[in-house]
Design a protein around this ligand. Structure first.
Ligand code: HEM
Ligand SMILES: *[C@@H]1O[C@H](CO)[C@@H](O)[C@H](O)[C@H]1NC(C)=O
Ligand SMILES: *[C@@H]1O[C@H](CO)[C@@H](O)[C@H](O)[C@H]1NC(C)=O
Ligand SMILES: *[C@@H]1O[C@H](CO)[C@@H](O)[C@H](O)[C@H]1NC(C)=O
Ligand SMILES: *[C@@H]1O[C@H](CO)[C@@H](O)[C@H](O)[C@H]1NC(C)=O
Ligand SMILES: *[C@@H]1O[C@H](CO)[C@@H](O)[C@H](O)[C@H]1NC(C)=O
Ligand SMILES: *[C@@H]1O[C@H](CO)[C@@H](O)[C@H](O)[C@H]1NC(C)=O
Ligand SMILES: *[C@@H]1O[C@H](CO)[C@@H](O)[C@H](O)[C@H]1NC(C)=O
Length: 486
């Protein structure tokens, strides 16, 4: 007995000596939390935005917190973001990405060179090739809309707007990027969507390693099913079938990835390319429906481009100027896009803040930017930041507003829904085109309204802060019917 206690005390002592860390003068303020090892992990995971705001009030724009055994330095001054984003020598992007890849997708890529994959993606999602993608997506969107919101339907149909937007955009996106053109042999998009939604619901817990035992089993079986469903995607080269996925598969093969690994990587790409657009479209339409003057302004702009009613016209086949829509989208993303930008410190670095302060970043720690809290929800930058203002990003005479200030200085980053620097979103332009086309089609072809005219936007699910687009708790009930019926 006495020996047991003795050993236990020894072990505890050793633990505290090994994990002891105190602040030195050059370190950012250190907040370890009261729970050994875990530190602030629980509060962080429950509502990262609230937690980081609390820390900011306590410590200022930079501080270090302990989270599940790791020390994370959080930087919340957008004027200083570039010093983190620019320094890929001391601050490494891939290590933490690999940790997440393994936890979420059970994926370990051998000899992976992220820069090559990135180059390949750029080639397909940017530049001239975007035109092809534009029209493929446009075609699939039209087909999906016709299938799920039939033109001959006479009565109002009720539906949750989140479910509606997510499922439509997911299916059209899946067919465009994973299914291929003439390919009538691809897995049914509805079954992929159904499984994907289950996977998506467990994603944040997988990333944090907080699945309960039965959730773990569900996660494993859902992942397994998705791998099987995606196995044929991009495998056979045929005319018009998703060239980017072929290229991606080829790259993986060249890096020595076997079929098993490829399937896992393809699921990761499904998440990267389909996980954000649907939720973004939901928030955008939801804000329009709950802000009639915004809806009117967007409809007016669309009707100038092509008079409402000529429904077959596509916005995607030519360049169009839509400043009102662009502001509406920017404002939507300001309120609902909440990615972390995380780096691992691979060599000690002195961080020079914009205000002249200097701090030491220790090797092995992580650095995390959270643009949602600042700049996006920072009251010093955006007046009444909780409020949806559709014209926040418009100047008086309708041009794009780009000048926002903090501490009297103009900001380079006043919203950051797409990340930044070399790790920014390669699909940004394609995503914007897609959402615009979707909103245009829905508003032009359908009467769409709230079931309850006084309905408010649902709250965002706080557990998703840090994982890209937020998702609503519950849904917003809407009803719709085609415009051409009476
Ligand atoms: C509203 C929609 C979208 C948002 C808000 C969004 C946001 C982001 C963000 C913040 C990142 C950086 C992640 C990180 O730093 O780890 C990212 C990466 C990425 N996005 Fe998007 N995205 C959207 C749509 C899309 C679409 C439609 C595509 C596909 C065509 C796409 C393809 C990618 C890819 C491939 C990456 C990884 C880039 C890399 O390898 O570094 N995204 N996205
Ligand atoms: C970061 O890089 C960008 C472009 O590469 C440059 O414009 C900017 O001045 C750099 N900022 C800092 C703080 O190094
Ligand atoms: C378009 O994609 C093809 C591969 O399908 C590639 O060879 C070509 O370079 C790309 N075009 C541009 C402008 O990047
Ligand atoms: C894709 O479509 C959008 C319109 O939605 C247009 O502005 C853009 O220029 C198109 N991209 C290309 C490369 O054609
Ligand atoms: C979600 O949307 C799809 C397609 O619009 C519909 O078939 C399905 O019943 C909806 N599910 C729920 C739970 O509302
Ligand atoms: C598949 O597509 C080809 C060409 O579009 C068509 O001839 C064929 O009937 C289709 N097969 C099925 C099973 O739909
Ligand atoms: C919030 O998201 C988590 C994780 O995706 C999920 O388990 C939970 O049910 C969601 N809560 C609500 C109220 O939707
Ligand atoms: C459909 O895909 C499977 C592989 O998933 C392949 O064996 C089969 O030949 C394909 N059928 C057609 C008609 O392309």
């Amino acid at each position: 007995m006495i020996w047991t206690i003795f050993l236990l005390v020894q072990a505890l002592l050793l633990y505290f000596i090994l994990t002891h860390r105190s602040r030195s003068k050059s370190d950012p303020p250190l907040d370890k939390g009261v729970i050994p090892w875990l530190g602030h992990a629980l509060e962080f995971g429950k509502d990262a935005s609230k937690f980081l705001n609390r820390m900011k009030l306590k410590h200022g724009d930079i501080f270090t917190v302990r989270v599940a055994g790791r020390y994370v330095t959080v930087l919340l001054d957008p004027h200083s973001y570039d010093t983190v984003i620019n320094d890929s020598d001391s601050l490494d992007f891939t290590r933490y990405a690999q940790v997440l890849m393994e936890r979420i997708f059970n994926l370990r890529l051998p000899h992976h060179q992220p820069a090559n994959a990135k180059e390949m993606m750029k080639k397909h999602f940017m530049g001239m090739n975007l035109t092809t993608l534009n029209s493929t997506m446009s075609r699939h969107l039209q087909a999906s809309l016709k299938a799920e919101m039939p033109q001959n339907q006479k009565d109002w149909k009720e539906e949750g707007l989140f479910n509606l937007s997510y499922s439509l955009l997911f299916k059209a996106g899946y067919l465009s990027l994973f299914g291929g053109e003439q390919n009538n042999n691809s897995t049914d998009p509805s079954s992929v969507y159904k499984e994907y939604k289950k996977f998506d619901g467990l994603l944040t817990k997988m990333a944090r390693g907080t699945l309960k035992p039965e959730e773990k089993r569900t996660a494993q079986s859902v992942r397994q099913r998705l791998w099987e469903l995606l196995a044929p995607a991009g495998l056979i080269e045929e005319a018009g079938s998703s060239p980017w996925l072929h290229a991606y598969r080829r790259l993986l093969r060249e890096e020595g990835a076997d079929e098993e690994t490829q399937k896992k990587a393809v699921l990761m790409q499904l998440w990267a390319t389909q996980g954000n657009v649907g939720p973004a479209a939901f928030w955008l339409l939801g804000y329009l429906l709950t802000n009639p003057e915004a809806l009117t302004a967007v409809k007016r702009e669309f009707s100038v481009i092509s008079p409402m009613g000529t429904s077959e016209t596509s916005l995607l086949d030519r360049p169009v100027n839509t400043p009102v829509f662009d502001s509406v989208l920017e404002e939507t993303l300001r309120l609902t896009a909440a990615p972390f930008i995380t780096r691992e410190v691979v060599q000690e670095k002195t961080l020079h803040m914009a205000d002249g302060q200097q701090y030491l970043l220790r090797k092995g720690d992580r650095v995390c930017l959270f643009p949602f809290n600042s700049p996006q929800m920072d009251p010093e930058i955006h007046h009444e930041p909780q409020k949806y203002k559709y014209d926040r990003f418009l100047n008086e005479y309708g041009s794009v507003k780009r000048d926002f200030y903090k501490g009297g200085r103009r900001l380079k980053y006043y919203t950051m829904p797409w990340g930044a620097g070399t790790n920014g979103c390669v699909g940004q332009q394609f995503a914007i085109n897609t959402i615009r086309q979707f909103v245009y089609m829905v508003l032009t072809n359908y009467h769409l309204e709230l079931c309850d005219p006084n309905a408010q936007m649902p709250e965002a699910n706080a557990s998703r802060y840090g994982f890209g687009m937020l998702q609503p708790e519950g849904d917003l009930l809407v009803r719709y019917k085609p415009r051409n019926t009476h």
